[in-house]
Design a protein around this ligand. Sequence first.
Ligand SMILES: Nc1ncnc2c1ncn2[C@@H]1O[C@H](COP(=O)(O)OP(=O)(O)O)[C@@H](O)[C@H]1O
Ligand SMILES: [Mg+2]
Length: 247
Amino acid sequence: MSNIERVRSGIPGLDEMLNGGIPKGRVILVVGGPGTGKTIFCTQFLINGIKQYGDPGLFISLDETDYHIKRELASFNWDIAQLERDKMWALVDLSPFGHMAKEMKRSKIALGKREFALEKAIDDIKKGVKSVGSKRIVIDTMNSLTYQFPDSLQRRAVILALMEVFASTGATTLMTAELRTSGLEREVQLEEYLAHGVVIMQTLQVGKAATRVLQIEKMRETPIDTQMRPYRINEKGIEVYPKESVF
Ligand SMILES: Nc1ncnc2c1ncn2[C@@H]1O[C@H](COP(=O)(O)OP(=O)(O)O)[C@@H](O)[C@H]1O
Ligand SMILES: [Mg+2]
């Protein structure tokens, strides 16, 4: 069981909870409320991959433009622009704003027609993967697809199509989903069923204090620690405390 190939996240404390790391080539969902650190978590996975393991990374953004991602992550010492120049980091901007900017450059302003073109998106993703030979992929966040495809059967087909693309590259992928509800009760999302593993990030009220807690809900192929464990965000990113209990 422990002979499977694993990809180490390099996020302090997390690989311990995963019995060594994420099973290679799988698609893992990182789910949590706004501000829980999903984007930081995923970026750290890519950055550690590049800096510690020489794995080129691909960041697929469905929400934010390159400019905004870099700005939000500027407080971390990651120097994404340099990694991009070194051909170790690539960004595929599938955000509505990025799309609009491209259209405007071609002076084809098609306001009002904003649907997600799946085939074009898959094509862009494949090009992105090829451009750096990415071994790790992040897609942040899947919620945009929820708005584009309110019909769950259609959305299921889209998610599966994307997952198939990711699997075909052999890369290990993190996708994020934002939860609107908080606390212990929440709706299980489509992505949660389809993903090979699920990591939940949330903020809980424990006594008087709000505590950030991370839980691995499922992970195929490997034994895991399913307990809620506290985590913190600091200037280095996310750190999980696998030996501490929450309650
Ligand atoms: N340098 C930092 N030190 C500590 N916390 C930070 C730092 N930068 C951002 N944060 C925290 O990280 C959170 C945002 O993380 P982010 O990954 O963007 O969340 P999400 O993608 O889940 O919405 C915010 O709660 C913010 O307070
Ligand atoms: Mg985010």
